[in-house]
Design a protein around this ligand. Structure first.
Ligand SMILES: *Cc1c(COP(=O)(O)O)cnc(C)c1O
Ligand code: SF4
Length: 354
């Protein structure tokens, strides 16, 4: 079997030959790839069945990326919530810490399209050390989310060193890794990598499956290797037009994730990221996806549907209208649309937590 490093080295970064082999004009794709890098390794490429399928849409440049006037470069205002470079401190008790500037595949819909895979995203040993110092100096940080780019593209040794230094900070209760590697380059989840990761429990890993055809023997084996060493696995899906905006496709994805021991965590409404407008659905469509899950299938298969508030307000959950009315009688609607009444208790005065 080829090593993950060899697979990565064989990635396509110039669309010319690919476009020709699918009978397309390479020129428009080349223009897009010059602005937003492309990288598709042979494993993920092998999942494409035809032009325009859900795998294709996620990986192959599209001329519409350059004609998006609706969206913004940094919609979540990450740059202004970064006290030190590549660390976002938005919430009181946790930080997002970017430790890698590259990914095993450049997703066309990426929220950090402005910088992943680009020279601007300078991540060095020094910037990582600065981030770790910041976390050490801020005792309110009890949860560190390693992100990027993709943290699992770092070598085992570098990851070991970062995790070791974070674990040595007493107030860091949990460490999370956000990685698309189990989906786009599952060969990276090697026995030696999981031997590193398992030393740093409680360690959680959120991955990023968007379509049932990404669940393969290889990605299932990668998830099993991590679950077998006690890493709880979650999944964050981005709701995207033409990829997973069909409620039945989404239900199948959530159910198949549970089969590979991955618990659906979030479905994101697409961010307003420049170059991704062609992927966006309406919020109404997102609510229909959730309606088709809750009650109709295992509660474990129902993630929270969230909008990451533009401007950096954080993730806001959205629910269909199950709660119809509050008051002495609460009026509720179930998944079938039937109405139920719940006789409410008188509210006690709850002290305000500040
Ligand atoms: C998503 C995110 C988190 C983590 O949010 P949870 O709801 O705790 O998973 C933390 N910081 C930033 C900047 C984020 O975008
Ligand atoms: S793996 Fe994540 S960070 Fe990298 S391009 Fe895809 S969505 Fe963006």
């Amino acid at each position: 079997m080829e090593s993950w490093q060899e697979l990565l080295k064989k990635s396509i970064t110039d669309p010319t030959d690919l476009a020709r082999s699918f009978g397309l004009d390479p020129e428009p794709l080349r223009v897009v790839a010059a602005r937003y890098p492309m990288r598709i390794n042979p494993y993920y490429l092998s999942l494409i069945r035809e032009v325009g399928d859900p795998i294709w849409k996620q990986a192959i440049p599209d001329a519409r990326e350059l004609h998006d006037s609706a969206c913004h470069i940094d919609p979540l205002n990450e740059e202004n919530q970064s006290p030190v470079p590549n660390l976002v401190h938005r919430y009181p008790d946790r930080v997002l810490f970017m430790i890698s500037s590259t990914c095993a595949m450049y997703c066309r819909f990426c929220t950090r399209k402005r910088k992943v895979g680009c020279a601007e995203m300078a991540i060095t040993d020094k910037s990582i050390a600065t981030g770790i110092d910041y976390i050490r100096e801020h005792p309110e940080i009890r949860d560190v989310i390693l992100s990027g780019g993709d943290p699992l593209l770092l070598s085992d040794g570098r990851l070991d060193s970062i995790l070791c230094r974070l674990r040595a900070i007493p107030h860091v209760e949990i460490i999370r890794i956000g990685s698309r590697v189990p989906v786009v380059l599952p060969q990276r989840i090697t026995p030696s990598l999981v031997r590193v990761l398992r030393k740093y429990h409680p360690l959680y890993l959120n991955t990023h499956f968007n379509h049932p055809s990404e669940i393969t023997a290889e990605s299932a084996a990668a998830c099993a290797r991590m679950a077998n060493v006690g890493i709880p696995l979650g999944n964050q899906t981005v709701l995207m037009r033409g990829v997973n905006d069909d409620p039945l496709v989404m239900r199948r994805l959530m159910q198949q994730l549970l089969q590979i021991r991955v618990r659906p965590y979030y479905i994101y409404q697409a961010d307003l990221v420049q170059g991704t407008d062609h992927f966006r659905t309406s919020v109404e469509e997102g609510l229909e996806v959730i309606k088709a899950l809750r009650g109709h299938t295992s509660g474990l298969a129902v993630p929270a549907y969230v909008i990451d508030a533009p401007g950096g307000g954080g993730k806001i959950p959205l629910l269909p209208d199950y709660l119809q009315q509050l008051g002495s009688e609460v009026i509720l609607k179930n998944y079938r649309g039937d109405i139920y009444r719940y006789s409410n208790a008188a509210p006690t005065v709850i002290p305000v937590v500040t």
